[in-house]
Ligand binder design. Structure first.
Ligand code: SAM
Ligand code: SF4
Length: 330
């Protein structure tokens, strides 16, 4: 799959549910209305679609949400996708999770062929954790992290940097992650979906500033680790660990973008920051043959936009795209 700008699409992110057991302030409002179950693709439909994408050249699948591990029977999907790892063209199966269910599922994930997992954690302070996630339990996430480590999964920590919330802790979080042997990536708040009383302008903290603070404690050197995504990486000489910066509000990564995103209702988004999407659910359900689905995917890739339209400033602090991150998957 090659788009009109010559970019090879080899990475599919799949949101398997819009539901979650947390209500992070930057992601959801406290009283979210979730999609009716009938609108969701079944796990079998998700597996069929992923298999088609793998046939079309997808090498990396990331399962996300909402919280992917709250979907009932989710391990059956991981089992099916894991079976595509050897020989069927799929090279990597991974997930992004809030960690709350990892103590239950880490071993099963490893058995299914998952080797790496991204765990989202914005603070090491249990009180602050409750404020940010509203419903999350810090101790459960720590147990989940330990379970992932014990299952042999390579962990990366993802932290959203928020002004006045966790900015005073980010340097310590690097030390903590690297001590445990994990890379850490910081993310700028993105303007996606209404989230209630919090405005993004209050939360927005440019990562250039985070990097300056980190440079006061660590000797940082750029490392050329091109993931085809919006992350740029540095290495801290003192720990040997890596620190990533995801700055979605800049455009410096769109030229090398290698990914598309599938929602739990079968909408294929060609860009996280644009509203263009193609409905694959209807074509998928219309026939047991995959031909029409393949045609729809090719048409979608042919319309992948050049870049996104995110902007947060004093005039634009509402959402740039109306859907929540939990729908498209982070
Ligand atoms: N529930 C899982 C989790 O939290 O890891 C997976 C889905 S979550 C939507 C994926 C990532 O998106 C998380 O790291 C989360 O912190 C991030 N995220 C959610 N809303 C965001 C926003 N508005 N701006 C930046 N990052 C956001
Ligand atoms: Fe749930 Fe993840 Fe969104 Fe937090 S960021 S509310 S854990 S989907």
């Amino acid at each position: 799959m090659i788009d009109p700008f010559g970019r090879l699409v080899s990475y599919l992110r799949v949101s398997v549910t819009d539901r979650c057991d947390f209500r992070c302030v930057y992601c959801m409002s406290e009283n979210m209305t979730f999609l009716p179950k009938k609108d969701l693709l079944t796990l079998e439909e998700l597996e069929r679609l992923c298999a088609i994408f793998v046939r079309l050249g997808v090498k990396k699948l990331r399962i996300t949400g909402g919280e992917p591990l709250v979907r009932r029977n989710i391990m059956s999907l991981f089992g099916g996708l894991g079976a595509m790892l050897d020989g069927d063209g799929l090279e990597e199966l991974t997930l992004t999770t809030n960690g709350s269910m990892l103590s239950k599922y880490a071993d099963d994930l490893a058995a299914a062929g998952v080797r790496r997992v991204n765990i989202s954690l914005d603070t090491l302070d249990p009180g602050k954790f409750l404020e940010i996630t509203r419903w999350g339990r810090f101790d459960r996430v720590m147990e989940g992290l330990t379970a992932a480590e014990q299952a042999g999964l390579k962990v990366k920590i993802n932290a959203v940097a928020m002004k006045g919330v966790n900015d005073d802790e980010l340097v310590d979080m690097v030390a903590w992650s690297h001590e445990r042997g994990h890379d850490i990536t910081f993310i700028e708040v993105m303007p996606m979906g209404e989230v209630g009383e919090h405005t993004r302008l209050d939360q927005y903290l440019p990562l250039s500033q985070v990097r300056r603070n980190l440079a006061a404690r660590y000797t940082l050197s750029d490392i050329p680790l091109d993931t085809g995504g919006p992350a740029r990486y540095v290495q801290a000489a003192e720990t040997g660990g890596r620190i990533g910066f995801i700055t979605p509000l800049t455009h410096n990564f769109c030229e090398s973008c290698n990914r598309v995103r599938l929602t739990c209702t079968g909408m294929l988004y060609m860009c996280l920051g644009q509203d263009d999407a193609v409905d694959l659910r209807a074509v998928l359900r219309a026939s047991t043959s995959d031909d029409a689905v393949i045609e729809a995917i090719h048409a979608a890739i042919a319309a992948k936009p050049k870049g996104h339209d995110f902007i947060i400033d004093r005039k634009n602090h509402g959402p740039a795209v109306s859907r929540h991150m939990s729908v498209t998957g982070g």
